[in-house]
Design a protein around this ligand. Sequence first.
Ligand SMILES: NC(=O)c1ccc[n+]([C@@H]2O[C@H](COP(=O)([O-])OP(=O)(O)OC[C@H]3O[C@@H](n4cnc5c(N)ncnc54)[C@H](OP(=O)(O)O)[C@@H]3O)[C@@H](O)[C@H]2O)c1
Length: 277
Amino acid sequence: MDSLAPLLLGVRTSGAAPERLRAVVAGRLVVVTGASRGIGREVALRVAASGGRVVGLARGEQGLQSLQDEAAGQVEYLAVNLRETDAAEDAGRHIATTWGRPDIVVSNAGQSIHRSVTETFGRFHDIARTAGTNYLGPIAFLLPLLEVMTDAGAGQLISVSTTSVDMLVPNWSAYAASKSAFDSWLSTVAPELREKGVATTVVKLPRVATAMSAPTAGQYPVPELTVTQAADVICRAMIHRPRLVSPWWSRLAVLSRAFPAPFDWVFAQASRLGIRL
Ligand SMILES: NC(=O)c1ccc[n+]([C@@H]2O[C@H](COP(=O)([O-])OP(=O)(O)OC[C@H]3O[C@@H](n4cnc5c(N)ncnc54)[C@H](OP(=O)(O)O)[C@@H]3O)[C@@H](O)[C@H]2O)c1
């Protein structure tokens, strides 16, 4: 079933063979945020195995240390809470001065939250924390790196986004809004960065079986990608450098903004049947 998931989800995973990845990352500096587990860890290991010099970031030092051990020293790391924007900006500056200009930055660290609006009453901090991790912190971190990348007129920024920014589903508001905010920022600066020689890629992933999706696993009648498949998609983006990677149905889902009534009806029926989305 796992092997059918990309086909069923309209996701291309082929074309990221180690030798092709090696051609674009060997000897290059690749920064991966959220590298302590899940998708980011798998991407960091792939790049390291293909000869890239990896700097991984996350909060958890234990996860980062075990990544370094598994990558046999090909990975260096920085423990930082990206939600703390001053620390995030310092981390970006520190990378540029210590390791130099990144060739590729994979902005992958993220936090999701599954909570209805009524459950959010009295919990504004949920919105603030999610926005800090998924939107404000990543920008604070990226600005010093983008400065050295645009100065050199080279590099690629890959953002690991989600189909949830196109397919708005009840109970995911804090997550969808924070990821959408970052997407909007990146889509707006993309032409400016391209003009300065820096490529950008937004990768919108469907559900992936990780710690993040585990609390709601089995709740939706859709397949999930494995972390290996998700890493294939991201490594493929390093090789082909597309502007956007997104399943066809996610692109169509933006229609729900223009024509909300049928989508509201479907969500209302689900709620009537006691299905919590
Ligand atoms: N899983 C899915 O279904 C799915 C679907 C679409 C898109 N995505 C996106 O894929 C990306 C990776 O998600 P995942 O599924 O691999 O999740 P995950 O297994 O929970 O990993 C999240 C990573 O981000 C790091 N992180 C979280 N908060 C952080 C913070 N404040 N500062 C620094 N690092 C932080 C975590 O490390 P620490 O906890 O050690 O800090 C961890 O390394 C996210 O951007 C997510 O939105 C996931």
